[in-house]
Write a protein that binds this ligand. Structure first.
Ligand code: HEC
Length: 135
């Protein structure tokens, strides 16, 4: 009995070593997508770039405009916005190829990184918000 359990346990262990990606980790997926699609402007540490790119680290916009965030990622934004008291007016392109769940994972990565503590997005909420801005 014990032998069988050990055998089963070591087989499972081997699988998790060989196929670590079979256990998807939403935070890591969000981080990977952030690095691919967002970090070249907002920087890996979320600091933004002077007066051109607003910060995501400690951004009050994330809290104050929660409902806009899924659409902002998908379709971009060209507006005059205020982030932590500073005005920004450059254009951000959207990433139209991201799926709903990928948008959830990016936003939750942003919302819980660099000291940010914003309530996570769920798929349902994100889907409803995206429907409002479908082009
Ligand atoms: C080409 C540069 C660029 C890329 C790439 C980019 N952004 Fe932006 N982002 C901007 C700019 C510029 C603004 C300000 C737009 C405005 O003033 O209308 C902005 C604004 C924002 C805001 C609202 C303001 C704030 O700082 O909280 C969020 C949230 C945001 N971006 C998230 C993202 C995410 C997530 C990605 C990746 C999917 C991304 N951005 C990719 C340039 C970029």
């Amino acid at each position: 009995m014990l032998k069988k359990l050990c055998l089963a346990g070591s087989i499972l262990f081997c699988f998790s070593v060989i196929f670590p990606n079979c256990q998807p980790n939403p935070y890591r997926e969000g981080e990977r997508l952030y690095k691919t699609h967002c970090a070249n402007c907002h920087m890996e540490d979320g600091a933004g770039l002077h007066a051109l790119i607003p910060p995501l680290a400690g951004s009050d916009y994330l809290k104050n405009h929660r409902q806009k965030l899924p659409c902002l990622v998908r379709y971009g934004i060209k507006d005059t916005i205020v982030v932590n008291g500073q005005v920004f007016a450059e254009q951000m392109p959207g990433v139209a190829t991201l799926s709903e769940i990928q948008i959830v994972n990016i936003l939750n990565f942003v919302n819980t990184s660099w000291g940010n503590q914003i309530e996570p997005f769920r798929l349902e909420e994100t889907r409803t918000l995206l429907e409002k801005c479908r082009h």
